[in-house]
Design a protein around this ligand. Structure first.
Ligand code: PGA
Length: 240
């Protein structure tokens, strides 16, 4: 099965000059037939990027058009040729205050517009400290709420990214989950969604293979490492 590699650039880089340099290096990376690669830059760069990779956005609003100052609709993205949209990232839940209710609406809107949704879920450190059973319950709760507006048959179309918050590289003391831990959670997520589940949280060139060689894990969502062409190359290689 094709493994996914989705690069989440977050709010980087700071200028179009840097973006062009980055894309030039990234485009030199060879991609095998059995891996599907997308990059998700900030909105403003999306229409300006010329790259061989599939494009994804880091968010989209749940409505099609109207009086929603500052928002971007899923069909605007679709019309630009964007294929994926990341929704419910923990940074948006934490810093912007996105709720499961809002995320559920965004997922529905994105699916109606024909975008492929990458829904991020994952437990905070305090929950993981309580153990795996408590963490699974937490993630199950997020999934039930976030997917609540979809018909059961459509749930499997959502790609879930399991991203434990404590593993995201910019969190204090972050370290990646173990491939075993990630696989265990991913199996539990798949029981609910019956679709693809990828792993994110401090994935880099050195550890990617450990995650990607596991049959339960359908791909990776690197953040920091997707801004470093050499690291991204190694992750893509590991996925191939
Ligand atoms: P990271 O970010 O790879 O830098 O940990 C992953 C993410 O937040 O999607």
């Amino acid at each position: 099965m094709q493994k996914l590699t989705i690069g989440n650039w977050k709010m980087n880089p700071g200028s179009l000059v840097e973006v062009k340099k980055l894309v030039q290096s990234l485009d030199k990376v060879k991609v095998g037939k059995n891996v599907s690669v997308a990059i998700c830059p900030p909105f403003v760069y999306l229409p300006l990027l010329k790259t061989k990779f599939t494009l994804g956005a880091q968010d989209a609003f749940g409505e099609e058009k109207g009086a929603y100052t500052g928002e971007i609709s899923p069909s605007m993205l679709k019309n630009l040729g964007v294929e994926y949209v990341i929704l419910g990232h923990s940074e948006r839940r934490i810093h912007i205050g996105e709720t499961d209710e809002l995320i559920a609406k965004k997922i529905k809107g994105a699916m109606v517009a024909g975008l492929k949704v990458i829904l991020c879920v994952g437990e905070p450190l305090a929950m993981r400290k309580k153990g795996m059973a408590a963490s699974k319950k937490y993630v199950e709760g997020q999934l039930k709420k976030d997917l609540s507006l979809l018909k059961p048959k459509d749930r499997s179309k959502v790609i879930v990214a399991y991203e434990p918050i404590w593993a995201i590289s910019t969190m204090p003391g972050a370290k990646p989950d173990s491939p075993e831990g990630a696989a265990e959670m991913i199996v539990s997520i798949k029981k609910i969604t019956k679709g693809k589940v990828i792993y994110g949280g401090s994935v880099n060139g050195a550890n990617a293979r450990g995650f990607l060689e596991r049959k339960e894990i359908d791909g990776a969502l690197p953040g920091g490492a997707s801004l470093k062409p050499e690291e991204f190359r190694k992750i893509i290689e590991a996925a191939s």
